[in-house]
Ligand binder design. Structure first.
Ligand code: ZN
Ligand code: MN
Length: 171
């Protein structure tokens, strides 16, 4: 007999938030989006619900972002590319040719494959060609990057003040 699932309002809200979501959100992202409507919700609650949704086959975890655990409601076989600048994750709808792989490791049974692709996304490529006098500022809270002449007080993405730091080009 299958155990009965208790669909609490918080579990339902998280499931609904994830349904069709292409952003590959982290528990923190989900918390930010839903905590206004659920004042008793904590990041720990969100993690618990995500673990539950994983166990019951409703979301999968993606291991591509070294900073955050990210989750995907799209259970189809696909791969991911992460932009090293804005940390957005993009779907790559492709299949790895398992027969080719098998011939490389014939004595093994292949259970799963992962491919991690690191990219600079089109919008970050555009930003890279910065107007003279402009600098890049990254929000230490949400990780989003914007360009400006002077250091902005407030992050235009998450709205938090005082966490913007200048991004120094690495080469
Ligand atoms: Zn990007
Ligand atoms: Mn995906």
């Amino acid at each position: 007999m299958k155990p009965k699932i208790k669909w609490t309002p918080q579990r339902l809200a998280i499931l609904k938030y994830l349904d069709g979501n292409k952003e590959h959100p982290s528990a923190e992202d989900i918390y930010e989006a839903l905590s206004k409507d659920f004042p008793t919700m904590s990041v720990a609650t969100v993690y618990n619900v995500l673990e539950f949704l994983k166990r019951t086959g409703r979301v999968k975890e993606i291991y591509i972002d070294p900073q955050k655990r990210r989750f995907d409601p799209d259970l189809s076989a696909h791969y991911h590319a992460i932009c090293i600048k804005c940390q957005k994750i993009f779907d790559i709808q492709a299949k790895i040719n398992i027969d080719n792989l098998k011939s490389l490791v014939p004595e093994f049974q292949i259970l799963d494959t992962q491919l991690k692709v690191y990219v600079i996304c089109p919008s970050c490529q555009k930003k890279a060609s910065l107007t003279p006098g402009y600098k890049e500022y990254k929000c230490a809270k949400c990780g989003s990057i914007r360009t400006a002449k002077h250091k902005p007080q407030k992050c235009s993405s998450c709205g938090i003040r005082g966490f913007l730091v200048e991004v120094h080009p690495t080469n």
